[in-house]
Design a protein around this ligand. Structure first.
Ligand SMILES: [Zn+2]
Length: 587
């Protein structure tokens, strides 16, 4: 809400408690919309230290000083058709340092200097005393971000939060919004390390937002006006998580083609089977992608060319991670007669690619893939959303009902009715201790303590694990968790996670499974790769772990630091607190 609109800003909080009607927002009529599904619809700014210089407990409009370039940065967003808002903690009201009227005057001065905002969300409450539970709006809680999205008639997933401290980024993540940190001299180094994205100033933050916006929607002129292809081959020959984050881009291709054939690897097959838009799967362990590659011989390449020739695809879109090359597969597809091939390649592709796309480092993998699809002529259509999804039919098999029960309704298998309810009743917390990559796994003894702490806090805890992780799950479940380790297929795991209130997991496939079924994630994220690129996408999530640990951005698969400090230092109580932040659903 606007400070000058006649009611005091604190009512923004009251409005958060009861859903406000969505206004048809006049300021944006007539603004050209993107033809594809828009990546972002709104940008929400922290106030003090981000838009204006921080003057602690300022109730005086004359002391409002915008940071350099703020007006220009905001005007660029307005011109691009994005709505803008403010999300700000103002505990000075509760502490009696200034009045609600002072606050309204200060906010009115901010608008006078920086132009109108489409929503103001203010938390007037004080920080909770140690051990006490605070209000639901004070950042790092996600309440203000959710309220802003609701008032703007959008979702947190379509919002970006720009702020100067870790609490801004946590609030953004816990709401499911994107975050960009613009540090000031008071921002702590660990907050900078943990941020999903960092910009040097407001102008750079806006550059980043608009670039991501454009990357995912810009259709190359070469891609427009050509005939709709009958059959397109898409490739993502990697593990489950990689396949899941490529899902939105594959849906974009499917929207522009009659038939989509997907080439996957053995480690990604189960995930590929869950993706909407895929009509047929071909499985090949590609020796230039697979972590345990087979030697290459001519007979193998001949077999591959023959099989891919049979597919009869007119076009191909080859998805990769930034450290992989699409060119060997492009060569095989050329030999198989594919006429038009698109891929991201920094390496010179010669005649191997028809659409050579390039993407800056550091943007989320989902958007990297969407941007390639758009460059190839397949933007995500406006009626789809850039979120992870699973096939509608894959969760209809009621895996959960088939779980052995003890008939006492508590699902703990002992028949005495005094245990937890297992997976029969939704709302439990899933702890998934395993990881496909050792350096990203949480130490088992810590997972045990996390399960114990969650159980002590009153949560029903379910421990899952894939094939080969049964022993690990049994150990981690201990006496306080329901052990479902070693028995769950990927589909079964998806069904279990879909009914959970929250998933506690490292940077591994099930985190993306949770994003695809909309279950919030406590991400025990080893910083070997970038959180901004690989964190759970557009789902409420809280990041834990030491983001500044020495393994940062090494891409190590085995932890290079004694004691695995990035994850072994996580406090079980911080997991309980993260689950609490995520579990507070606004009305
Ligand atoms: Zn509050």
């Amino acid at each position: 809400m606007r400070p000058g609109s006649g009611s005091a800003p604190i009512e923004g909080v009251a409005r958060f408690e009861s859903p406000a009607p969505i206004e048809s927002s006049a300021p944006f009529e007539g603004v050209a919309r993107f033809e594809s599904s828009a990546l972002f619809e709104a940008v929400l700014f922290d106030r003090d230290g981000t838009l204006i210089h921080d003057v602690p407990y300022n109730g005086d409009p004359d002391r409002v000083r915008p940071v350099a370039g703020a007006r220009e940065a905001l005007d660029r967003l307005r011109a691009a058709g994005l709505r803008i808002g403010v999300v700000t903690n103002q505990s000075g009201v509760a502490r009696g340092r200034f009045t609600a009227e002072d606050l309204a005057r200060v906010n009115a001065r901010v608008e006078e200097l920086l132009g109108p905002f489409d929503t103001w969300q203010v938390c007037p409450h004080a920080a909770p005393a140690p051990g006490e539970v605070g209000c639901r709006c004070r950042k790092p809680a996600p309440g203000l971000v959710r309220a802003a999205a609701r008032e703007l008639g959008t979702t947190p997933g379509r919002c970006v939060v720009v702020g100067d401290i870790g609490a801004d980024m946590t609030a953004a993540g816990a709401a499911g919004a994107a975050g960009i940190l613009v540090p000031t001299p008071v921002t702590r180094t660990e907050e900078v390390a943990a941020a999903p994205a960092v910009a040097g100033d407001l102008a750079s933050a806006v550059d980043l937002i608009l670039r991501r916006h454009r990357l995912t929607s810009a259709v190359r002129s070469a891609g427009t006006g050509r005939k709709r292809p009958r059959c397109v081959l898409v490739a993502r020959p990697d593990s489950a998580g990689d396949v899941l984050v490529t899902g939105p881009a594959i849906r974009a291709v499917a929207a522009g083609a009659d038939r989509v054939v997907m080439l996957c690897g053995p480690r990604g097959r189960a995930a590929a089977e869950l993706l909407p838009g895929v009509d047929e799967l071909i499985e090949w362990p590609l020796p230039w992608i697979d972590p345990q590659p087979e030697p290459i011989d001519r007979a193998m390449v001949d077999r591959m060319v023959d099989q891919l020739t049979q597919v009869g695809a007119e076009e191909a879109v080859l998805f990769t991670s930034f450290h992989q090359s699409a060119l060997p597969l492009a060569l095989v597809l050329r030999l198989a007669g594919v006429g038009r091939i698109a891929a991201i390649s920094d390496d010179y592709p010669g005649s191997l690619l028809d659409v050579r796309h390039r993407v800056p480092l550091g943007i989320p993998e989902v958007e990297r893939a969407l941007s390639l699809a758009a460059a190839a002529g397949f933007p995500l259509p406006p009626d789809d959303e850039p979120v992870l999804r699973l096939r509608a039919d894959c969760l209809t098999v009621d895996y959960v009902a088939s779980q052995p029960g003890d008939g006492d309704g508590d699902g703990d298998g002992d028949g005495d009715g005094d245990g937890d309810d297992g997976v029969a009743e939704p709302g439990y917390v899933v702890v998934h201790p395993g990881s496909s990559v050792e350096a990203r796994a949480c130490p088992p003894e810590l997972c045990e303590r996390i399960v114990t702490a969650l159980s002590a806090a009153g949560h029903r805890v379910v421990v899952t694990g894939g094939p080969g992780e049964g022993e690990l799950a049994t150990r981690v479940a201990g006496r306080h968790g329901v052990d479902l380790g070693g028995q769950t297929s990927l589909t079964g795991l998806a069904a279990i996670i879909a009914r959970a209130g929250c998933l506690v997991v490292g940077n591994t496939g099930p985190a993306h499974l949770a994003a695809a079924v909309g279950t919030p994630v406590v991400s025990l994220f080893a910083p070997t790769v970038s959180y901004g690129q690989w964190g759970p996408y557009r789902v409420p999530a809280v990041r834990l772990g030491d983001a500044a640990a020495a393994c940062r951005h090494t891409r190590a698969t085995t932890c290079p630091v004694a004691g695995h400090p990035c994850l072994s230092t996580v406090e079980p109580d911080s997991v309980v607190e993260a689950v609490r932040l995520l579990g507070e659903r606004s009305p």
